[in-house]
Design a protein around this ligand. Structure first.
Ligand SMILES: CC(C)(COP(=O)(O)OP(=O)(O)OC[C@H]1O[C@@H](n2cnc3c(N)ncnc32)[C@H](O)[C@@H]1OP(=O)(O)O)[C@@H](O)C(=O)NCCC(=O)NCCS
Length: 196
């Protein structure tokens, strides 16, 4: 009886592992061919990584993704890779990778008083609305906690307000002087970070 139970347990473990392997393979295939299903189950969060942008190729991917998603796809042309804000010590340019492919970006600016701002959040257009933005947000919040940040701020474009509301952000005017130029139509929001 005992050995039967053991075999049953081993069988279920092997079956689960096989299912996860199939899931992962189909996600990788979908990602490569651009036919990723709307909702996919990942191998936990192990296939994702949030990295600091450091190497030349990271910088290329970071700027290229932002230029396309946040500027060109909105009809804007004045993206500036050399903007001084990108290279300040307290600013953290970040890339979200899935199976090694850069699919999202954001910058986290540490204000140094337990607060900070999330800037220029973007997910690759053909991968939007599939849960990657939620993952990016969770990773950024963890990163921020690691810096001692307790409250995050951002300027949300009108089209993204619903996304931020889903993730627990609340309307909050934190610095009106930021609402100029391309940010003039943005709504300011904040989020208290829970301890994890
Ligand atoms: C906004 C953006 C980062 C969201 O990333 P995403 O991968 O599409 O978001 P997710 O699929 O993880 O969505 C998370 C939740 O927010 C919701 N959501 C996503 N985008 C939304 C939107 N524009 N309006 C309302 N809700 C939205 C999703 O339905 C989901 O809710 P659910 O889990 O209850 O179904 C992404 O769509 C994007 O890059 N947009 C273009 C650039 C942009 O607007 N950036 C924000 C600058 S402030």
């Amino acid at each position: 009886m005992r050995s039967f139970r053991l075999r049953l347990l081993l069988g279920s473990v092997l079956w689960t592992l096989a299912l996860l392997a199939v899931q992962r393979a189909s996600t990788e295939r979908g990602l490569k061919s651009g036919t990723l299903p709307r909702r996919v189950l990942y191998f936990g969060s192990m296939s994702y990584e949030l990295i600091d942008v450091t190497t030349e190729s990271d910088w290329r991917e970071y700027h290229s993704l932002r230029r396309r998603v946040l500027w060109e796809q909105r009809g804007l042309t004045n993206y500036d890779e050399t903007h001084a804000d990108e290279y300040k010590a307290a600013h953290h340019p970040l890339l979200l990778k899935l199976f090694g492919r850069a699919i999202g970006t954001a910058r986290l600016d540490d204000f140094g008083n337990n607060t900070g701002a999330v800037r220029l959040v973007a997910i690759e257009r053909d991968l939007q609305r599939q849960g990657h933005g939620r993952v990016l947000s969770e990773y950024i919040e963890n990163y921020a906690r690691g810096l001692g940040i307790k409250t995050l701020y951002l300027n949300a474009v009108p089209e993204a307000i619903g996304y931020y509301e889903k993730l627990g952000w609340k309307p909050y005017v934190w610095d009106e002087t930021e609402l100029v130029g391309i940010a003039s139509a943005c709504r300011q929001m904040s989020k208290q970070l829970s301890r994890c």
